[in-house]
Design a protein around this ligand. Structure first.
Ligand code: HEM
Length: 401
């Protein structure tokens, strides 16, 4: 017998406290998220890994997408997201997922990513060159956001002039905007990306990633225009909404833990590996994407009926004290291997090598250039974005020194 728990209104601002409470009661609970959606929320590490891989839990949005309406409160209103952007692999199970992932893997190779290092270093250096000692700036606006969006736009061959529009559309689509805003943002995104795909398809193939994706061929199988538009959308949103907050959350954690900052300043060679600890402690994805039960399942001592939404809090799983001792503590020297910040199973983040590379470059340059970087706000005044998916701040005011 389970009871339905309403998550408190300040869940977004204080998720860890709420997760601790839920986790102490059990691995899986039936809850209402702050805006009323009823889901089964998984907060313990072992059960999170099971939920992310059990084939009876589906990600097929075509078949299960209507469950959002079934489990939303009566007054939830409509969310008319443009379906033409949803034909991507994060919304599919095998074998549809396998097919798309195989095609994108042909273009998104480890070699192609590592070859981007010099360019990513250059982009970060250009951004840092614009920052002046003594200034108070929003580090997200001036550094953590422009870096990954520039990288992903270059990867997709999209002119950087469109960057601000993308940010606005993507912000709208991941937050709780009005339906009118969502229709507008997803329509604008679709129109832009369709035009871009058609343009690249009409050009001679070259050695850039997006050209390789448009022309990727697996024994005669290729991505059609609709699939390419959805794939570009997925890459664009997944490629910057997350990385910006990995950088932002990591810098905040360091500013609040000066002893840990000191360790990385003295031993910058630890920065790449420390990325795993920042992903574990305050990863940018809180509740992973849509999942639902195709049949009743037993998970963590409860029976979840068929056609229920199953949501996995990656942030909660990564702070499970059974898995990571002193889980709330930042320890840049700990081995945080095995965290689920990039997900787990067949949907494990495609962009993980790129995100790790961007983090390494960003933190290395930032710490080297500003030996006395400081937080320019009281920590309690910082506001987290109103999203159960993205764990990231609205702004990160810092004093550059
Ligand atoms: C710190 C940065 C990042 C984090 C924390 C992150 C996290 C995640 C997570 C948790 C998932 C799985 C979601 C689920 O199963 O519900 C995922 C999937 C995905 N990510 Fe990332 N991501 C990051 C950066 C990126 C980047 C830079 C890209 C692209 C360039 C990217 C592309 C994708 C794609 C395409 C998928 C879907 C994979 C599939 O369905 O097979 N991500 N990511």
């Amino acid at each position: 017998m389970t009871t339905l728990t309403q998550l408190p209104a300040d869940y977004i601002q204080k998720p860890h406290e709420v997760h601790d409470m839920l986790r102490a009661e059990g691995p899986v609970q039936e809850v209402r998220l702050p805006r009323g959606l009823k889901v089964w929320l998984v907060t313990r590490y072992d059960e999170a890994k099971i939920a992310l891989t059990d084939p009876r839990i589906s990600k097929n949005v075509h078949e299960g997408g209507h469950l959002f309406d079934v489990h939303a409160p009566a007054n939830a209103g409509r969310r008319d997201f443009n379906p033409a952007l949803s034909e991507h692999m994060l919304n599919m199970d095998a074998p549809g997922h396998t097919r798309l992932r195989k095609l994108v893997n042909k273009a998104f190779t480890a070699r192609r990513i590592e070859l981007m290092r010099p360019r990513i270093n250059e982009i970060a250096a250009e951004l840092i060159a614009k920052l002046n000692d003594g200034d108070e700036v929003d580090l997200l606006e001036t550094f953590a956001f422009p870096l990954p969006i520039t990288v992903i736009c270059e990867l997709l061959g999209i002119p950087i002039d469109n960057r601000d529009e993308f940010r606005e559309w993507s912000n709208t689509l991941l937050s709780f905007g009005s339906n009118e805003d969502i229709v507008h943002a997803s329509g604008a995104m679709f129109a832009f990306l369709s035009g871009h795909v058609e343009k690249v398809a009409a050009q001679e193939p070259d050695d850039t990633f997006f050209s390789a994706l448009v022309h990727a061929d697996d024994s005669g199988d290729r991505l059609n225009t609709q699939e390419l538009v959805s794939m570009a959308f997925l890459l664009l949103v997944a490629g910057h909404e997350t990385t910006v907050n990995l950088i932002g959350n990591a810098v905040l954690s360091l500013l609040r833990n000066p002893d840990q900052m000191q360790i990385l300043r003295e031993r910058p060679e630890l920065i790449p590996a420390s990325g795993e600890e920042f992903l574990r402690l305050e990863g940018p994805v809180n509740i992973a994407t849509f999942r639902y039960t195709k049949e009743p399942i037993e998970l963590g001592g409860v029976t979840i009926p068929e056609n229920e939404l199953v949501m996995v809090s990656l942030v909660a799983a990564n702070r499970d004290p059974e898995r990571y001792p002193d889980a709330d503590k930042l320890d840049v020297t700990r081995s945080a291997q095995g965290h689920v910040a990039f997900g787990h199973g067949i949907h494990f983040c495609l962009g993980a090598p790129l995100a790790r590379l961007e983090f390494d470059v960003a933190l290395t340059q930032l710490l080297a250039r500003f030996p006395n970087l400081q937080l320019a706000a009281e920590p309690e005044t910082l506001v987290w974005r109103d999203s159960t998916l993205i764990r990231g701040l609205h702004t990160l005011p810092v004093r550059l020194a």
